[in-house]
Design a protein around this ligand. Structure first.
Ligand code: 7TS
Length: 416
């Protein structure tokens, strides 16, 4: 996905950083350099304020009472659904179901669609690049529904083998799940093409956009997917809130996921009818403050412009790859060019465990993740157990890359 030059307003990460109170703190007496954005991002003051404002000024339950506070809370919570719909260009806000996170969004599809629509012998096709959140729910269905689960392989560089995908699709393929962008390798997959292929055999399509949504513009109508999962905390929002986009016709036909209060229209001792969308899928009191905070996060991102965010991160990625590739004995995983790639870089210093690397970086105030990144099948396929991973966002600059490179050189000397 190339950013349109006419839209490329340059972001100033140093100015952006001022909106994030956490950057006033130090770690081991060093300024915090936060490079663990693929795990979770930081929150700007406007998101913290939106959450606080709800609790201070209009804290009440939604959808229930006629009193003023409940009305204000209900409007703000519904408004947040509208912002999420606009963010991914859904036709209607009723296609947005708030969940705890992307994991819950994918589980919703597995339970509410999968349990009721699959027959023994049916097939689900996913890729070896998936996060565990887009593997384990389908393994659950494999057990319960006696279906087959197939995986599309990747090249050694970490791109999906699209030819293999075409060959694995059959008339029995009922669902295709694909990660939009890899949390380990940064690879951005050609999801539009994959969805078109899946539709040729009539499969339902699920896109895991947990990593893509914070970094590039998403248009579900242009993609043509049936479902798309997003986590709020990876895009400046609070933890405990995310959403599932579902095509309206499918959501209308589906059974609820969780049963109880708020998701019903009427209940008798004998029967139940369900509420309208999206409330049919939001049983119980929802994370109201979280939803409102996510709305504020979307406002912040929309004001910067997703095209500009992507362009900014491309610049950082190019700089980071150039610098990191110069370090001797540093192995970098994933595509070595910036095309269709996010600024997520997994690496290993030869002979040093990534947890030790992360520890030394922490001494320098630099936060990176180390481990298997909840993508063990991918790690195994590429012959690695653990990596360190630096993942960048709007408040990161070339200075942060320089600090990372210096700290890695220090680590190398320590372990030489
Ligand atoms: N899908 C992808 C592609 C992810 O990267 C993650 C989280 C999830 C789903 C699950 O998101 P959650 O909000 O439901 O937990 N990935 C990571 C990571 O790479 N490091 O920590 C969490």
């Amino acid at each position: 996905m190339a950013a349109r030059p006419d839209l490329c307003k340059t972001l100033d990460p140093h100015l952006i950083k001022r909106d994030f109170p956490i950057f006033t703190r130090t770690v081991h007496d060093k300024p915090l350099i936060y490079l663990d954005n693929a795990a979770t991002t930081q929150r700007p003051q406007s998101v913290i304020d939106a959450v606080t404002e709800y609790y201070r000024h209009y804290n009440a339950n939604v959808h229930r009472a006629v009193h003023t506070l409940s009305h204000e809370a209900s409007v703000a919570y519904e408004e947040a659904h509208k912002k999420a719909a606009q963010f991914i260009n859904a036709r209607s806000w009723r296609e947005i179901v708030f969940t705890r996170n992307a994991t819950e969004a994918i589980n919703l599809v597995a339970y509410a669609w999968g349990l009721h629509n699959l027959q023994p012998g049916d097939e689900i096709l996913i890729t070896i690049m998936e996060h565990h959140s887009d593997i384990v729910p389908w393994q659950m269905l494999r057990e319960l529904k006696k279906i087959q689960l197939k995986f599309v392989d990747v090249t050694d560089e970490g791109r999906l083998k699209l030819d293999a995908l075409s060959q694995l699709l059959t008339k029995r393929t009922k669902l295709v799940g694909v990660i939009y962008a890899s949390n380990v390798l940064g690879t951005i997959n050609p999801v539009r093409e994959i969805i078109t292929e899946a539709q040729r055999v009539g499969a339902v399509t699920v896109v895991d956009a947990a990593q893509a949504a914070p970094h590039l513009p998403i248009d579900v109508q242009a993609l043509g997917c049936d479902f798309l999962a997003v986590s709020g905390h990876k895009m400046l929002g609070p933890t405990g809130i995310g959403f599932l986009y579902g095509r309206r016709e499918l959501l209308e036909r589906m059974h609820p996921f969780l049963h109880g209060g708020d998701m019903i229209s009427t209940v008798t001792t004998e029967s139940v009818t369900f509420n309208e969308l999206p409330w049919k899928f939001e049983a119980g009191t929802p994370h109201i403050a979280g939803g409102i905070g996510l709305g504020a996060a979307i406002d912040y991102l929309a004001a910067l412009g997703l095209e500009n965010i992507y362009a900014h991160e491309q610049k950082i990625l190019e700089y980071a790859l150039e610098k990191l590739l110069q370090i001797n004995n540093l192995e970098i995983y994933g595509p070595k060019d910036t095309k269709d790639r996010l600024a997520v870089i997994s690496f290993n210093l030869r002979g040093v465990h990534p947890h030790d690397v992360a520890g030394i970086l922490d001494e320098a105030g630099i936060a990176v993740r180390s481990g298997h990144h909840c993508a063990q099948p991918l790690m195994r396929r590429l012959g690695m157990d653990n990596t360190a991973r630096a993942s960048f966002y709007i408040y990161n600059s070339e200075d942060d890359v320089d600090a990372l490179v210096d700290a890695l050189k220090t680590a190398q000397k320590l372990f030489a």
